[in-house]
Design a protein around this ligand. Structure first.
Ligand code: BDR
Ligand code: CA
Length: 312
């Protein structure tokens, strides 16, 4: 019996791909649908990639909806320099044969939440928060339906990865992130401060390949491509695997540690646009609005992914 009803909001992206496959491989998760957004690459490509991943996982019945094609206020910034031209470079997957659902992703999110019981659906955000913020603004009555929001975004002690102060997902749509951070529902944040402690090791990548399955081959290929950018940039022994922390948190929360703190998003200064300002030391009287995660049992995290992928 699944214990988590979730919506995944995503811009695949190789690390999004691992998160989606991890959710599809896990019996504890009831994936109500996937909503795509413009982010790592434009919307047409993030949507295509999501469809390809559902087919790769042999779950073609998964519903995929296209959401917003640009951020709420600012022009779209993409990250082909990290993810390649398609967003899933290195995966070598065939074009999808399944198609997108007709409804807009934001409208489907609203409809799905309104039909749900109070406190029953977890929203897993792996991308700029445009769709989720749009849904909250269009239909604030969805808020009580949300059990929690677990999002990959932000960074404080590590600084940023797209500007010196700002992490990509928050930077691309800071106004949306600001709306979500202030929504009043329980929020768990997986920032760079934790994902930079989840570094892929060669041995683990080799173990993916050794699965000898289409999922093993595709994930080995895409992650070998994806990690080259961060390995060169940070001079680390492996690249960080950001988005799957969100799904792993639902499956094994004991792998993570964090603190209940106040987190606010900078939306005024061009210099620090999209910075997440974290009151880690509680030096203000701003009320805590999020569980900000900063520790991970990385061995346990990578073992979990490998174990689940062996069933796909
Ligand atoms: C985040 O930005 C994207 O490039 C990744 O998919 C992840 O969601 C990391 O900053
Ligand atoms: Ca992402």
């Amino acid at each position: 019996m699944p214990s988590h009803k979730i919506i995944i909001d995503t811009d695949p992206g190789q690390d999004d791909a691992i998160a989606i496959l991890l959710a599809l491989a896990s019996e504890e998760i009831d994936l109500l649908g996937i909503v795509t957004v413009a982010g790592n690459v434009p919307l047409a490509l993030t949507s295509r990639n999501a469809l390809m991943l559902c087919e790769l996982a042999k779950k073609p019945e998964t519903k995929v909806f296209a959401g917003c094609s640009r951020p709420l206020v600012r022009p779209l910034v993409t990250a082909e320099h990290v993810h390649g031209k398609t967003g899933l470079d290195g995966a070598n997957l065939p074009e999808p044969t399944i198609t997108l659902q007709k409804q807009h992703g934001v409208d489907w999110t609203i409809e799905t939440l309104l039909a749900a019981e109070d406190n029953s659906v977890t929203i897993c955000c792996l991308a700029p928060l445009t769709n989720v913020a749009m849904a909250m603004v269009k239909a604030p009555e969805i808020l009580p339906k949300i059990k929690n929001i677990v999002l990959m975004g932000g960074g404080f002690f590590e600084g940023g990865n797209i500007t010196p102060t700002s992490e990509f997902n928050v930077y691309v749509d800071p106004h949306a992130a600001n709306t979500v951070m202030k929504c009043g529902r329980p929020l768990v944040i997986m920032p760079l401060d934790v994902t930079h402690k989840a570094l892929m090791q060669r041995k683990w990548l080799d173990a993916l390949k050794a699965l000898g399955t289409p999922v093993g081959d595709a994930t080995y290929g895409m992650l070998s491509f994806y990690e080259r950018f961060d390995v060169e940039k940070y001079g680390s022994s492996g690249g960080p695997l950001h988005d799957p922390t969100v799904i792993a948190y639902l499956l094994q929360p004991e792998l993570f540690e964090g603190r209940q703190v106040n987190v606010e998003v900078e939306i005024h200064s061009e210099l620090t646009m999209g910075m997440t300002v974290v009151d880690w030391w509680k030096v203000t009287d701003r009320a805590p609005n999020a569980t900000y995660i900063n520790q991970i049992n990385a061995d346990g995290f990578f073992a979990l992914i490998l174990e689940r992928f062996s069933s796909l």
